[in-house]
Design a protein around this ligand. Structure first.
Ligand SMILES: [Zn+2]
Length: 340
């Protein structure tokens, strides 16, 4: 991207162009005028990327300190997804100008980014060279996506499980760091790199904890974005179940008006209907289901099972000598586990 002289503006224009190719709404003039897409150098701002609806039907903005790399290319699409949702439901009464549920709002841009990050689309825009995919490239692509999308799930779950323990009064302030890391180890299989104590408060290093933003929405988003992606890819004729030449991993819905119109029909509902109605409008399913995600990653899942068997890989993890709870805290946790 840097070799090709990408700028923040070019990244936003490419994202806008992708949405327009689906017959979705172009970013209005005010968006381009008022958004902050580069870090200002004359003042301090909160750089965490965000998208804003000013609820007047005209003023929508993104604030993002863009750096020119692939991660921010994804983030740009993520934030643009929020704006597209704002635009689609702007004719709803104010009370319904919201996502069908918070996870839907987070999933719109990510769903688009799944197409953008397909090998097919990256070749199309000249960010990847070479011919069609061989099996090894497909596994590498899925592995890269898995490190983003699969590894995230236990992280998102853990973060709000920790906070719910706090909100329910099951976790006291003097146990914050111990309980946080206990969950991180049990569910994510990660440990702090050095010993920790209650002098540390590591959960607060996560923006959404310090800023008090609920996090289950991202867990939901990472499941349903694959449900949305699968439905849109079928409408675009880019995914055909059991057809090995039309796999989900290499689906790009770019320029599919059929897919875009179906997405718009769901987004236009805002929060005026219960979320299963919105889900059904696009996918035909009324529940949140992991089958889209499982279908997307199936080639990698099959490969990993065979590879782990071949190498005799140990499945799971064990504790090292790193400490983050005192002996007293560990005893209390064990007593709790026995009681419940
Ligand atoms: Zn977001």
């Amino acid at each position: 991207m840097q070799e090709q002289n990408y700028t923040a503006l070019k990244m936003f224009q490419m994202s806008d162009e992708f949405f327009r190719s689906l017959n979705l709404t172009a970013m209005p003039e005010k968006f381009w005028k008022n958004s902050i897409i580069e870090k200002p150098n004359d003042r301090e701002i909160v750089c965490h990327a965000s998208a804003w609806d000013f609820y007047d039907g005209e003023d929508f903005r993104i604030k993002q300190c863009t750096t020119i790399d692939y991660e921010y290319f994804q983030t740009t699409h993520h934030e643009m997804g929020h704006i597209q949702y704002f635009l689609q439901y702007r004719d709803q009464p104010v009370i319904f100008r919201d996502g069908a549920n918070p996870g839907f709002h987070e999933a719109v841009g990510d769903t688009i980014a799944l197409s953008v990050s397909s090998p097919k689309h990256l070749r199309r825009v000249g960010l990847v060279s070479g011919d069609a995919e061989d099996e090894q490239t497909e596994i590498n692509q899925l592995y890269k996506m898995g490190i983003d999308k699969i590894v995230f799930l236990p992280f998102a779950y853990t973060l709000d499980l920790f906070r719910y323990g706090v909100f329910r009064g099951e976790t006291q302030p003097e146990d914050y760091n111990c309980h946080y890391w206990r969950l991180r180890e049990a569910l994510q299989g990660v440990e702090p790199p050095v010993n920790r104590t209650e002098e540390d408060f590591d959960a607060a290093a996560k923006y959404h904890v310090s800023a008090d933003v609920e996090y289950a929405r991202y867990y939901v988003s990472f499941i349903i974005q694959f449900q949305f992606h699968r439905a849109l890819c079928q409408l675009a004729g880019e995914y055909v179940p059991e057809d090995l030449t039309k796999k989900l991993v290499d689906c790009d819905i770019y320029q599919s008006v059929a897919a875009g119109n179906a997405l718009a029909n769901m987004l236009k509902m805002g929060s005026s209907r219960p979320w299963p109605d919105a889900m059904e409008a696009l996918t035909g399913q009324r529940a949140m289901r992991a089958d889209g995600l499982l279908e997307y990653f199936r080639p990698l899942h099959d490969w990993l099972r065979a590879e782990n068997q071949r190498t005799g890989e140990y499945i799971g993890w064990e504790s090292s000598k790193i400490q983050y709870c005192t002996g007293e805290q560990r005893a209390a946790l064990e007593a709790d586990a026995r009681d419940s």
